[in-house]
Design a protein around this ligand. Structure first.
Ligand code: C5P
Length: 240
């Protein structure tokens, strides 16, 4: 991962209701972006796999953010099906280790699978309610180590944990970080735990996921270019 260029580290979330809107956003970004996330909203439409094919046919990488979580056999079989679809990246929840191992074993050679460590919507009170008393940053780290030991390619984690995750998993693991806001956007954000692209990359994120700051920008291509510049700066200021 250390050699990946800045432009390949930006994943744009296609958080839109249908393929028409998704294609329109992709077309407006032109060649500046080459990696797209298609998540649960689009998966609830008949457009999901045709859109995946459309993106792949244009040479784009595709992140299927489906956050799978089921018994190991079912997840393994689902991953096996997706492995032949042209998708590049898939999420599973950091559930039982046997499930992570089944996902890793089924992913084939082109699909990478990463684990969602702890949803950033969860706070300590939510975790306590679920019977989890481990502090959230320790929980993220524990899941990250388990996921990697199970053979997965990395994790999704917030910018606040990505430094410790990177230190624990080494330079080659994927550490995909959402909750990103450009410096100019910080005040306007409705999100509580946000980070600039530069800070997330500097802290060790291999990729950042950006949705609304690009989707809702007056000029989405300019917003994406400015984020890629910020990623460049983050890479330049990373500790060796
Ligand atoms: O906030 P934004 O619109 O940039 O979010 C982009 C994507 O990142 C969304 O698809 C959402 O699922 C994901 N996200 C996340 N955790 C957050 C914020 C966003 O997983 N804290």
């Amino acid at each position: 991962m250390p050699d990946t260029p800045a432009a390949h580290r930006l994943i744009v979330a296609l958080d839109v209701p249908d393929a028409t809107a998704a294609k329109s956003l992709v077309n407006s970004l032109g060649d500046s972006v080459g990696f797209y996330k298609i998540g649960l909203e689009l998966a609830m439409t008949p457009d999901y796999f045709p859109l995946l094919d459309w993106l792949a046919a244009r040479g784009h990488r595709v992140f299927c953010d489906l956050k799978l979580h089921d018994i190991p056999a079912t997840v393994g079989r689902a991953v096996q099906r997706l492995a032949d679809s042209g998708a590049d990246l898939l999420t599973v929840h950091a559930g039982q280790t046997a499930m992570l191992e089944a996902a890793a074993a089924a992913r084939g050679t082109t699909l990478q699978v990463i684990a969602v460590t702890a949803l950033t919507s969860l706070d300590q009170r939510d975790l306590t309610e679920l019977g989890v008393t481990t502090p959230v940053d320790e929980l993220v780290l524990r899941h990250a180590r388990r996921a990697r030991a199970a053979g997965l390619d990395g994790v999704v984690c917030s910018g606040h944990e990505v430094g410790r995750v990177r230190a624990a998993l080494g330079p080659d693991a994927l550490a995909v970080t959402p909750g990103i806001r450009p410096a100019s956007d910080q005040a306007a954000s409705d999100q509580k735990r946000v980070m600039t692209p530069q800070a997330a990359i500097r802290a060790g994120a291999s990729h950042i996921v950006v949705g609304r700051p690009i989707r809702d920008a007056e000029d989405p291509a300019a917003a994406a270019m400015s984020i890629i510049d910020s990623i460049e700066q983050g890479l330049a200021t990373r500790d060796a």
